[in-house]
Ligand binder design. Sequence first.
Ligand SMILES: Nc1ncnc2c1ncn2[C@@H]1O[C@H](COP(=O)(O)OP(=O)(O)OP(=O)(O)O)[C@@H](O)[C@H]1O
Ligand SMILES: [Mg+2]
Length: 316
Amino acid sequence: MIRAERLSKAYQGVPAVRGVDLSVPEGELCVLLGPSGCGKSTLLRLINALTPADSGTVKVNGRDIRSTPPETLRRGIGYVVQNVGLFPHYTVRRNISVVPELLKWKKEDIAKRAAFLMALTGLPDKYLDKYPHELSGGEAQRVGVARALAADPPILLMDEPFGSVDPLNRERLQRSFLDIQKTLNKTVLFVTHDVSEALTMGDRILLMREGRIVSSGTPRELVFTEGDAFSQAFFGSEMALKLLTRHQVRAACVREDAEGKVGCTIAADLPLTDALAMMLKKGCERLAVTEGGEILGVLDFAGLLRFFGEAEQDAR
Ligand SMILES: Nc1ncnc2c1ncn2[C@@H]1O[C@H](COP(=O)(O)OP(=O)(O)OP(=O)(O)O)[C@@H](O)[C@H]1O
Ligand SMILES: [Mg+2]
């Protein structure tokens, strides 16, 4: 559980964070969304005690961070730094192993964990022996995510963790992260300025502007509630479409005999946005949904509308 109360920070007299109240309950993935310069990274650094606040308090699991020894804080909180921040003179393997080594994990456990994290973030094992300068920006960023997850901390602060990863890998990372989140139930504060990413990832979204949190809610609440002009402009009119990325085709598929009635097929594990795109592109109102070579059922346009309107809130 993370709780911040009336948290403020100014740089050279210019406020960066202004009286922020925030709480992230255990197991929630909370997204902090907002334009460049609105104070997202500053807020994460205040929560992690990397930057001292001018006023206000932060409690992590009920304990004030000012009275928590920094090592305890670092071990309990995985932090993905914006623009990476890997140790340049360490190999990828050592970068990932820093916290497990601090915690005196056994060598073979560290090796196993490193291999698992490389697979999770989609990097080849042989990269473990590379140095940060031998990686592309997106690869380095994935190592940053692996490093934050290394010792399996209960709390994660992630500052634009997938910011410079290409769209395909980014989607894969988002999915694998959500998959592990389902079983591990970490308490996550996830920064992004990408609306799609916020809607895909967030149990709840906090929208920030000029150092303040100006609105908050579940993705569905934010889509269906008319916000102020800033929220509307920030989220954009296609926000409802983006909400479809949160669900797989499987969720809206109706189990009926598809034979002879449909021209197009789509895999059950693709996001519903792909289904809608296929309907538009191919002029196909009904899609046969496939899984492992078998036809699972049918997804039609009316079913998609129904699912979107009714089932969205409890589908996750
Ligand atoms: N160390 C610092 N010294 C002076 N000003 C700073 C410092 N760090 C941040 N700021 C200022 O505080 C404000 C908030 O910065 P912050 O990095 O928190 O924004 P952000 O929301 O993370 O932006 P981005 O999306 O671009 O990463 C900005 O105006 C920035 O210039
Ligand atoms: Mg930032």
